[in-house]
Write a protein that binds this ligand. Sequence first.
Ligand code: HEC
Ligand code: HEC
Length: 399
Amino acid sequence: MSRFSRLLALLAMAVLAGCGKPEFSDAEKKTIASLALSALPPLKTDTTNRFADVPAAAALGSTLFFEVGMSGDGKVSCSTCHKIDRQFQDDLPQAVGVGRTNRRTMPLAGVAHDPWFFWDGRRDSLWAQALTPLENPLEQAGNRAAYAHYIKARFGERYERIFGPLPDLSTVPANASPLGSDAEKAAWNAMSAAQAEAVNRVFANIGKAIAAFERSIAPPQTRFDRFAAALATGIQPQGDDAFSPEEILGLKLFIGKASCVTCHTGPRFTDSSFHNTGVPPVANLPPDRGRIDAVRQVEADPFNCFGAFRDGDASACGELRFMVKAGPELVRAYKTPSLRGAATRPPYMHAGQFSSLDEVVAHYSKAPTSVEGVSEVHPLQLSDRERGAVVAFLKTLAE
Ligand code: HEC
Ligand code: HEC
């Protein structure tokens, strides 16, 4: 073979191996690496919950998470809606507990990394969040006095090994709560300040145990992560880990022209913040204004970071202290959901407004104006092929 034809053969091999034209620019490679699960930092310690990383607390929390006795009617637990084999959600547009709620159950993988909880962020810690469904009449519909009695009767020993002695509950009414029925409120108001404080302490500790358990719920590795790992080492991803041309186009759009990555950023594909994306309200549900109405609620929550039940000092309360409290951008703003696993758990959005990823991507492509407040999303005018490619990419985050 002549020198020239050897060179030609080498060139042809290089083109065949895909070396001719790099698939991703250096900037794209950097963004892709920032989205890989390997970029997820270890969970920060939660100094507001000194039991957050105590294994016995997580074990008790896991028991309570699945315990239907932790409800007003004895039939509903956290896991009724947050199903362990369904990414800790329930596939419904709006969750159903003792009653039918107005919002979709949120999946829980990696949730402990967030500063705010619920679609509107009306709680500021995982442990304060857990107390809310326990007393919500549409969810577990119980009351804190009944929960304290129940813990003492059923899990007293386990509780005391973690949290120390339970208070004397002999004079605490069977049912009482500042948030309950009129009778429960009256019973609560008739209690002494010391009794109320004792019940609230047990209630907060229930939340702290459940939060310790929830910290263990981590997002699994996906095909995207294996693809990203191979790309980072400069090796062509092989076999199943290799992306099809359609998936590559979808990924490029996601981090490029479609600018999904401005909000769905980092290894969990969320900025953990709140945005109005013009998602329409659902007919027949009560008005839902998102973040703007949650500000007052988190400020008023006695279990918030400034409250008496926080462990550690107030230096942990930066998020609450510097929370944005007003502004048109909070109207109908909702927490950016993680997109990991999303492809296999329709429906989508805060009240299950869309039943498929095709509908979600069509929504972003059109970017309708918001019924209230201002949508941050601008029309993308994606072609059929491009919309399909974005959906194909999203599927790589769920396989
Ligand atoms: C009736 C169904 C139901 C039950 C029971 C329930 N949840 Fe939820 N969960 C939801 C819904 C719906 C949301 C979103 C509600 C909202 O934004 O107003 C949610 C939100 C959450 C969030 C916030 C996730 C995030 O990303 O911000 C956490 C954490 C959570 N639930 C944990 C729990 C725990 C712990 C329990 C038991 C103590 C529980 N849930 C009981 C339906 C339920
Ligand atoms: C301005 C921030 C922002 C941008 C840009 C954005 N999203 Fe979202 N995304 C959100 C928020 C906020 C929600 C929840 C909205 C709601 O429920 O009202 C959401 C919801 C979703 C959901 C539903 C997930 C679930 O569990 O319900 C998917 C899928 C999604 N986005 C994909 C995309 C894609 C694909 C793009 C790019 C075409 C994109 N997003 C651009 C903020 C954004």
